[in-house]
Design a protein around this ligand. Sequence first.
Ligand SMILES: NC(=O)c1ccc[n+]([C@@H]2O[C@H](COP(=O)([O-])OP(=O)(O)OC[C@H]3O[C@@H](n4cnc5c(N)ncnc54)[C@H](OP(=O)(O)O)[C@@H]3O)[C@@H](O)[C@H]2O)c1
Length: 296
Amino acid sequence: MKRIILVIGAKGMLGRDLMGILPSSFPNDEILGWDIEEIDIQEEDTLFKIEKLRPDIVINIAAHTNVDGCESDEEKAFAINAEGAKHAALAALKCQAKMVYLSTDYVFDGNKREPYLETDPPHPLNVYGRSKLRGEQYVQELLKDALIIRTQWLYGKYGKNFVTSILRQASEKRTLSIVNDQTGSPTYTIDLAKAIVVLIQYGTRGIFHVANSDLCTWYIFGQAILKLSGMDKVRVVPISSKELGLPAIRPSYSVLNCQKLKKETGLTLRPWSEALKDYLATYRPTRGKPGDREGK
Ligand SMILES: NC(=O)c1ccc[n+]([C@@H]2O[C@H](COP(=O)([O-])OP(=O)(O)OC[C@H]3O[C@@H](n4cnc5c(N)ncnc54)[C@H](OP(=O)(O)O)[C@@H]3O)[C@@H](O)[C@H]2O)c1
């Protein structure tokens, strides 16, 4: 029987890539993509709108993803990332739909210094991480078979992100200062979108960590971006997070252990450096929707 798969946050960076592959991945199902124009998950009428559609799967990737912006507007961060997640989860409960919720490495504080397991206790350092963790908790409290996917350091074709920011700055400046005391795994939205499909196809539930393999700092990632783009004449200076002075504290180490994904589906995402090569091979500037942010 034909199912209805609803993506909320369909016009964001990950959303567009996911919308690109869902039809061929689930050819017998109907795929619908909603974003802020169709539904505002902060509002309680989210429930009725989703209930009316009666989807079989709800993939909620809508979020307030401006990490520093969340520090100055905690209310908005929680309204979207936590209460919004709750509204979508309540609707999924009402429709008996499968819920997929996207979360973040920023639920961790970075003190472990080893790749984080799904079972490690979360301890977010910033408002964004706390609001996403509350979203996770609502989803888990309401839905026993929900799938929660934590990912990190996303970049993709649709939307501003670290890669687009480095390339833009490199075209304007001769020296770039990049943070060298945060370690993670840059993740290409195309690879993540494919993993989301696989996790749904395998009928998985619970928390899964999904990121490209291997780790680096933002500084190493920045150097790789410049080298692969033939811009390695630009000088790169390593700096500390303190020197950069952004409002939100980030974990110094938030690498995700993705062994559970491998164990349950056989999937391992390729190394971030390979994914980056692919991304840069097709990179065209200014393809996001107007008003896109700088990513995380
Ligand atoms: N980006 C990362 O590095 C990263 C890392 C870890 C986890 N994640 C998670 O992965 C998911 C996708 O991230 P992304 O980078 O693709 O995000 P994104 O580009 O910011 O996309 C999110 C989409 O949700 C929409 N949205 C915002 N508030 C909404 C609301 N109240 N109701 C309905 N839609 C709303 C946004 O619209 P506007 O653009 O108009 O606000 C945007 O189109 C998010 O859940 C995020 O928390 C992201």
